[in-house]
Design a protein around this ligand. Structure first.
Ligand SMILES: Cc1cc2nc3c(=O)[nH]c(=O)nc-3n(C[C@H](O)[C@H](O)[C@H](O)COP(=O)(O)OP(=O)(O)OC[C@H]3O[C@@H](n4cnc5c(N)ncnc54)[C@H](O)[C@@H]3O)c2cc1C
Length: 326
């Protein structure tokens, strides 16, 4: 059996590490220990997203996989990461004609509870079921602690790295450095706020343009900007102003800012990940989780390890061999 080395311990690398550990397959991990979008992500998992209220690809399958996976790790680590949520999709007047028929169509019916009275002035509000939030930073940090304590983390270029099969889970850093080869990426910077707002008393995820999500103890995440020009992990005054306005519009005027962060979403083509072996190379990759890493990472990690160990097929939409051969 191959001895694997995971490069990068964000969501992709963490889910791969658990898959290998649960199957008793030997491996090691190399990670910078800093940066990466998983430490910033809000961890939202939603069946309907974006300005066009698009249905998320293969939602039910990946949701079940994700819920079972994270719940299992919660038991192993005696820590809570997975939070089911009801959500509200706001529809502004200019988008009513386009979005309301779509949201109320039969295609969206499994997830749409229906229209509710809206306290958001001028906005229609549609209640949606089946969302969740993963506490991504807590999951990734706890994973790192678990495997570090057991001696799985090794320094780069150490002798143990030789004779291993690398699994590259390098996120935006790998895509932007074109490692292990050129990826035509669309990595997007995102900024996010954490606020304390005892008066809001909101238990649901509110979305529409921006979003607001409760994270407990009267705290909320507000997000997120998208920026394709200056793609770095540096917070900006423009991002801060946009997020503050979003907090006011979605929650109210009364809040205290606790944190302001920036990260880079690893995007290859929308939020469709790429997993498997790059043709004519020995490189195994898992990247391109985009804005939907929390949902797709567990199912993708399982497919990747099934492929590496049992030669099981990877879904064509995700398969690196197909992606790199066109
Ligand atoms: C503002 C913002 C909000 C977001 N909100 C959500 C959300 O609500 N829901 C959601 O699902 N997703 C969200 N995301 C996206 C989410 O962060 C990603 O889908 C996911 O975290 C990507 O995980 P990853 O492991 O591929 O990459 P990363 O988390 O970036 O991890 C890659 C790791 O590899 C390390 N690394 C890179 N190269 C090397 C190397 N050569 N050697 C060693 N280590 C290396 C890096 O240091 C890093 O630790 C958001 C992202 C941002 C920026």
């Amino acid at each position: 059996m191959s001895y694997f080395c995971i490069h990068g311990l964000g969501l992709a690398g963490s889910t791969v590490a658990w898959q290998l550990w649960q199957r008793g397959i030997p491996f090691s991990i190399i990670d910078h220990g800093q940066g990466g979008s998983s430490r910033v992500a809000a961890g939202l998992i939603q069946p309907i997203t974006g300005k066009n209220a698009t249905l998320t690809w293969e939602y039910d399958v990946f949701f079940k996989e994700a819920e079972n996976f994270y719940r299992g790790i919660e038991i192993t680590l005696a820590q809570n990461f997975w939070h089911p949520l009801e959500s509200i999709r706001l529809v502004p007047p200019h988008a009513e004609k386009k979005l309301l028929p779509k949201l109320l169509a039969t295609s969206h019916a499994p997830y749409v509870i229906g229209e509710i009275d809206s306290p958001w002035t001028g906005m229609r509000a549609i209640a949606i079921r089946g969302s969740a939030r993963l506490d991504v930073a807590a999951f990734v940090n706890a994973t790192r602690e678990f495997f570090a304590e057991k001696g799985y983390l090794i320094p780069p270029f150490s002798p143990q790295e030789n004779d291993t099969t690398p699994i590259l889970c390098e996120g935006a850093e790998g895509l932007m450095l074109h490692h292990p080869q050129v990826w035509p990426h669309r990595c997007a910077k995102g900024e996010i706020l954490t606020v304390h707002a005892p008066s809001w008393q909101q238990t649901r995820l509110i979305s529409g343009g921006a979003w607001l999500v409760p994270i407990g103890n009267d705290c909320y995440k507000i997000g997120a900007t998208y920026e394709w020009h200056e793609v770095d992990e540096v917070i900006t005054a423009e991002g801060f102003a946009w997020l503050t306005r979003a907090a006011q519009n979605l929650g109210g005027a009364d809040f205290t800012i606790l944190d302001h962060q920036a990260g880079i979403r690893p995007i290859v083509r929308k939020s469709m990940p790429i997993i498997g072996k790059i043709p004519q190379s020995n490189h195994i990759v898992f990247n391109g989780l985009g804005s939907k890493g929390s949902l797709y990472a567990p199912g993708c990690a399982k497919q990747l390890i099934d492929f590496l160990i049992h030669d099981s097929p990877i879904q064509p939409e995700l398969d690196a061999a197909k992606y790199f051969s066109v």
